[in-house]
Design a binder for this molecule. Structure first.
Ligand SMILES: NC(=O)C1=CN([C@@H]2O[C@H](COP(=O)(O)OP(=O)(O)OC[C@H]3O[C@@H](n4cnc5c(N)ncnc54)[C@H](OP(=O)(O)O)[C@@H]3O)[C@@H](O)[C@H]2O)C=CC1
Ligand SMILES: O=C(O)C(=O)[C@@H](O)[C@H](O)C(=O)CO
Length: 276
């Protein structure tokens, strides 16, 4: 697996590991397995209430701390400057680490209207050495433009909902121009009907791979970093075993054509959805 170079000079592997819903002892086992199976990005959030679980797994794995991109996220209720700094420190304490590799604003919450203030806290936390790279999730182009205009600092990463039924192709080009890496959340559509799609199934047969492997490779070939979550060791290994083949452009086009106007898993349009 190769790395992307972020605009701040840090690196990011091509596939990461999601941890939403991985809690407690089961979660620790799953995350230790993921690290031991080769995943190097761990994606958690203050709101997942599992930063302790993720930290315990980091301690129990055989992987050196400096090889892991520990990612967490700022909840909407802490967008005020002082609250954001406290939340970052709290995440560090809960994870039992000295610093975060990547820290993201979880949702822009445009109606609340405090994401620029939160961004200023992330910029300062990076200067203080609490965070290596700063980024966002679920930001629309207009929100990113506002960050750049108000602070001059672009996010390194924007983590957004992306899967074959909601491919946001138009959004990819803007990020490429800005040098912002896109991470795909729910890259397998959270195991919804897309992982049984007949057209992707035909492609999977052609390459002798599974449908999830084809979907994940489609993300990677689009220059997107998918962060699939799995409790199962077998599925974790399967999801990262995607670097021995390439999808032909005609197959990429078939998957691209599956996108739908209302393809979001839930009604979480960042223009209107707010999460605290
Ligand atoms: N920034 C944001 O706003 C958001 C971020 N995220 C992040 O993105 C991560 C990934 O998204 P998530 O919503 O978890 O959904 P995913 O698309 O990663 O799907 C996870 C589901 O797919 C199943 N699965 C995984 N691999 C396979 C496979 N090979 N075959 C069949 N089923 C499989 C899992 O089951 P099992 O565990 O049994 O294998 C689980 O039910 C999250 O964990 C979180 O870290 C998610 C949502 C929003
Ligand atoms: O999982 C996350 O990171 C979220 O932001 C949640 O909104 C998640 O997508 C969810 O489904 C909560 O019900």
């Amino acid at each position: 697996m190769e790395n992307y170079n972020l605009i701040d000079g840090q690196v990011l592997p091509q596939v990461g590991f999601g941890t939403y819903k991985l809690n407690g002892t089961t979660g620790v086992h799953a995350i230790v397995n993921a690290l031991n199976n080769g995943y190097r990005i761990l994606d958690t959030a203050y709101n997942y209430e599992n930063e302790g679980t993720v930290g315990k797994a980091i301690q129990e794995s055989h992987v050196d701390r400096d090889q892991i991109i520990v990612t967490s996220k700022l909840p909407g209720r802490y967008h005020s400057y002082d609250q954001a700094i406290n939340a970052i420190q709290e995440s560090i304490y809960r994870l039992g680490v000295e610093y975060l590799d990547l820290y993201l604003i979880h949702w822009p919450n445009p109606k609340q209207g405090k994401y620029v203030e939160a961004w200023k806290a992330l910029i300062d936390a990076q200067k203080l050495g609490l965070i290596k790279s700063i980024g966002v999730c679920n930001f629309l182009e207009e929100h990113i433009e506002t960050l750049e205009k108000e602070t001059g600092v672009l996010p390194t990463v924007n983590q957004i909902e992306l899967h074959p039924y909601f491919n946001q192709k138009d959004v990819l080009e803007y990020h490429k121009e800005k040098g912002i890496i896109i991470e795909a959340w729910s890259p397998l559509g959270r195991a919804s009907e897309v992982i049984n799609d007949a057209k992707i199934g035909q492609i999977a047969e052609k390459y002798n791979k599974t449908i999830p492997q084809i979907i994940l490779k489609w993300h990677v070939q689009n220059g997107v970093v998918p962060i699939p979550k799995s409790t199962s060791i077998a599925r974790q290994i399967q999801n990262i075993d995607i670097f021995d083949f390439y999808l032909e452009s005609e197959d990429l086009a078939i998957i691209d054509a599956l996108t739908q106007d209302n393809g979001r898993l839930k009604d979480q349009d960042p223009a209107t959805y707010e999460e605290f």
